[in-house]
Each structure stands twice: as structure tokens, then as C-alpha cells.
Design a protein around this ligand. Structure first.
Ligand SMILES: *Cc1c(COP(=O)(O)O)cnc(C)c1O
Length: 395
């Protein structure tokens, strides 16, 4: 194939499943446990070990992981939680499930993550008013870690609980430590949806170093129920005994999913290394395209490169984003947009948010285009993508 031959459809993201992954799932299907068997603990231990965290709790999605993380943080009616408007709705919804009020901190236009300066300013203003947030959820947008050491040092005087939304960032590092080590946060949440770095079909995970949070998360994942004698209010009547201590959910991952996740995490460094190679080829191949800004880099660590997001000045280019999407679709190149600012969603507008409130996120959205980024994107296919993009963008 050369850069003019049209390959089959190239999506913006997709999973990579190898024979070992298939074997791991089939082996679980043949075993006696489809859920709550040995594979869950195996996957949890693998993630905790990889991230250098003491504990990990698997869930059936990152959305449910965020929900129980917010509950374990004590979030409830009368509280407030903050996140970035440039994220998937789940980062904001999790606190609403608990009855908390949402607010946002605008993004840094250089790296598209929550602006730490804006955060500092907003916290100071809120302290004067006496309504500080209880929980802040920084999002490691596109796979690079927010400067969590700075976030921790700014928020610690206010007693804020930090939950990292690292749905994009398993495999990333910050200042020498893996994202998920929770060095500067109470909890970190990962997603294993197929478009993310590693997959379990659907699935999520929370890492933490706090034993109490761990025990609470484990109960919340499974109806608030425990059989652990250390937590029972009464001595057990028999081996069937259990007690419900909290109002929990069924947010359990299956062993089938955990078998896939355990198999996938063995390749995580290979996945992330390839994503870094792909990012480098995009930087080299698109550097000189007019009206296009390439992604900004925070530095101090390795990005997992979940997304590669261009910012295109469509006005100057003289084409709409829709036209660019359609032209590239005809060439079998899939694009996407990350993200429609959460505060502009109809549900959030009904809560009182309006356009103009978080101008950096809104401007970023108006120019953002995510281009294909996934492990199996070969160098040849990527050259094709770059060539088609360049010609669509008038180069
Ligand atoms: C994908 C994603 C989620 C939700 O993950 P699920 O596993 O699909 O529930 C949450 N936050 C961000 C930033 C995401 O990209």
C-alpha cells in the first residue's frame, strides 16, 4: 500500500486483541467462575503492582468506579465537586449521583487539562465565600498527567479530596511515578472501554493507598455487603451470614472481563511505546500544516497518548469541521471530537450553566479534531492518514 491507495476503514481508536487474550477469556469460560472468581483479584493485583499503589478495586466501568469513589470520599447533598469541562460527562456526573453540586474549572489552553492557576484562584475566591468543594476530579486529558504535585499543594490547605480521572492515562507517568500511584491523590480511576489504552470490554479500576477507602469501595461495589468479621456489627450466626452496612450497588466486573484485562495489561508498555511512536510521527508529519496547532505537552513524564488532538482554525482554513470530517470519511479515515464541554450539555444547562462560562474549553472544542491513534495503526497506514489529512487541509 502506498499513501494514495485507499486502505479499509481506519477508525480514530480501536482495541488490539491477540491470541493470548482470546485464550485467557476462553479459559475463564471453561472454568467454574464467571464472576467473582480468581481473575478479579489477579487483575486488581496486576494493576496495583503496575501503578505502585497498595490497593486496586475492579468495577464494571470507570463510570461506576467514579461513582463509588465519590461516595467513598463522603460526597453528598450540600457538598460540591469540581472537574474540568473538557472531559467525558462521567467525570462530572459521578458527584451528581451522590446529590452533590457540580462546578467546573476552565482548562489551560496549552495542555487542555484543568488550569492549575484558575483552580488556585477559584479556591481562594470560594474560601472567602465559605463554600469550598469537597472533591476535585482532575482529568488526565488525552493521556498526559496533570501536574498533580501542584494540584495537591494548592488544595491541601482546603482539605479537598482528589480523585484522578485517569480513564485516558493508564501507562502514563508523572515525575518518575506511574499515574495511579496516588502519590498526590486519594484515588485514581481507570477505564478499560475498548477505545482506551487496555481493555476488558467494559470495565474500570480504582487505585488507592488508603485502607479505609479500599474497604469502603469494596463494599460499595457489591451492595454495601460484607462478610468480614472485622466489620460485622453482630457475631455471625453461621457461614451464610452477611451484613449490609452501606447502600451499595452491583458494580462488579466479571471474571471474563478480568481475564481479558489481566492478559492485556501484560502488553501495556508495548501499547504505550507504540502510541508514543505514533504521536512522534504525527508531530513530524503535520508540523508545517498552516492553521493547525499540534497538541501541547505538559512534560515531566510519559503520556499514554490515548488521543492525538489537533486544533484547526476552521475560519482561516475556509472549511467547516463537518466538511473535513466528510472528506476524510470518504477516504476511509475516521475522526472524532473530544470533548463537547460538559457544561454545555442540555442537562447541565438546566442546572444553570451557560455558554461563555469556560471560554478556554469552549474555544478548544470549536477547533478540536481527534485523529486516528491506536496500537495497530501501522506506519504505512499512518502515512496514508497524514497524506490525506494534509491534502484535506490544503497542503
Ligand atoms: C471513557 C471515560 C470515562 C468513562 O469510562 P467508562 O469505562 O466508559 O465508564 C470517564 N472519564 C473519561 C475522561 C473517559 O474518557
Amino acid at each position: 500500500m502506498n499513501e494514495y491507495e485507499r486502505p479499509s476503514w481506519i477508525p480514530y481508536a480501536r482495541q488490539s486483541i491477540d491470541p493470548a487474550d482470546i485464550e485467557a477469556v476462553v479459559e475463564t469460560l471453561r472454568s467454574s467462575n464467571l464472576t467473582q472468581g480468581p481473575k478479579i483479584e489477579e487483575f486488581e493485583e496486576a494493576v496495583a503492582h503496575y501503578c505502585g499503589a497498595k490497593y486496586a478495586i475492579a468495577t464494571n466501568s470507570a463510570t461506576s468506579a467514579l461513582h463509588i469513589a465519590a461516595l467513598a470520599a463522603g460526597l453528598g447533598p450540600g457538598d460540591e465537586h469540581w472537574t474540568s469541562p473538557n472531559t467525558f460527562v462521567a467525570s462530572a456526573n459521578c458527584g451528581l449521583y451522590c446529590g452533590s453540586r457540580i462546578d467546573f474549572v476552565d482548562i489551560d489552553p496549552l495542555n487542555f487539562c484543568m488550569s492549575i492557576d484558575a483552580l488556585e484562584e477559584k479556591l481562594r475566591a470560594r474560601q472567602k465565600k465559605g463554600n469550598l468543594p469537597k472533591v476535585i476530579i482532575p482529568v488526565h486529558f488525552a493521556g498526559q498527567s496533570v501536574a498533580m504535585d501542584r494540584v495537591r499543594s494548592i488544595t491541601s490547605q482546603y482539605g479537598v479530596c482528589l480523585i484522578e480521572d485517569a480513564a485516558h492515562a493508564i501507562g502514563a507517568t508523572y515525575k518518575g511515578k506511574p499515574v495511579g500511584s496516588c502519590q498526590f491523590s486519594e484515588m485514581t480511576v481507570f477505564s478499560f472501554h475498548p477505545v482506551k489504552i487496555i481493555t476488558s470490554g467494559e470495565g474500570g479500576m480504582i487505585t488507592t493507598n488508603d485502607r479505609n477507602l479500599y474497604e469502603k469501595l469494596k463494599r460499595l461495589r457489591s451492595h454495601g455487603i460484607t462478610r468480614d468479621e472485622a466489620y460485622l456489627e453482630k457475631a455471625p450466626e453461621g457461614p451464610w451470614s452477611y451484613e449490609q452496612l452501606d447502600l451499595g450497588y452491583n458494580y462488579r466486573m466479571t471474571d471474563i472481563q478480568a481475564a481479558l484485562g489481566s492478559s492485556q495489561i501484560k502488553r501495556i508498555n508495548t501499547f504505550v511505546a507504540r502510541r508514543n511512536e505514533i504521536a512522534k510521527r504525527y508531530f513530524d508529519g503535520l508540523r508545517d500544516v498552516p492553521y493547525v496547532k499540534l497538541p501541547g505537552v505538559i512534560g515531566n513524564g510519559l503520556s499514554a497518548w490515548h488521543l492525538y488532538v489537533l486544533q484547526i482554525s476552521f475560519d482561516e482554513l475556509g472549511k467547516t469541521r463537518k466538511a473535513v470530517f466528510e472528506e476524510l470519511k470518504k477516504q476511509n479515515v475516521g475522526l472524532n471530537v473530544h470533548y463537547i464541554p460538559v457544561h454545555l450539555q442540555p442537562y447541565y444547562r438546566k442546572l444553570g450553566f451557560t455558554a461563555g462560562q469556560f471560554p478556554n474549553a469552549e474555544k478548544f472544542y470549536s477547533q478540536a479534531v481527534s485523529i486516528p491513534m491506536f496500537y495497530e495503526l501501522s506506519a504505512t497506514k499512518q502515512q496514508y492518514v497524514i497524506a490525506r489529512l494534509r491534502s484535506t487541509l490544503g497542503v
